[in-house]
Design a protein around this ligand. Structure first.
Ligand code: THU
Length: 139
């Protein structure tokens, strides 16, 4: 899903700003994300950790769940920002969650440096399991 330059810049700014809200006292690894919904609206997310470590939520999923809660059902792009030298791509769980709503989504990862990764969900999660694999029982 190709994304225009101005929209891309808006997504990148949103992801950068969202990282400032990261609640990550345990890992000290700040992540910000921005999602482009099918409506054209942009949704922000950050990672939210918990003293019960297994309950930590990634920035991408925070942003996706906000988009879904706002009524979106399609995701066209996900941008991830980490204040590290190299960009960080989404973890496996987030790839699967992106797939549910954006199997053709563009995924962009940015760090503090010049490096930038632009790829697709299909590249990051080939041969994915998805909604189409669930056979509905006949009545
Ligand atoms: N994290 C994300 O927010 N997104 C990813 O794709 C990878 C990991 C967060 C989860 C946790 O708060 C911290 O980074 C360290 O794993």
């Amino acid at each position: 899903m190709p994304i225009s330059r101005p929209v891309c810049q808006r997504l990148e700014k949103t992801a950068r700003e969202a990282a400032a809200h990261s609640y990550s006292p345990y890992s000290r690894f700040k992540v910000g994300a921005a999602v482009l919904g099918g409506s054209g609206k942009v949704y922000a997310g950050c990672n939210v950790e918990n003293a019960s470590y297994g309950l930590c939520n990634c920035a991408e999923r925070t942003a996706i769940f906000s988009a879904i809660a706002a009524g979106e059902r399609q995701i066209n792009a996900v941008v991830i920002y980490t204040p590290t030298t190299e960009p960080t791509l989404p973890c496996g769980a987030c790839r699967q969650v992106i797939h549910e709503f954006g199997p053709a989504a563009t995924v962009i990862a940015l760090g503090k440096g010049r490096a930038r990764i632009e790829t697709t969900l299909e590249t990051l999660l080939p041969a994915a399991f998805g909604p189409g694999d669930l056979q509905r029982p006949r009545r």
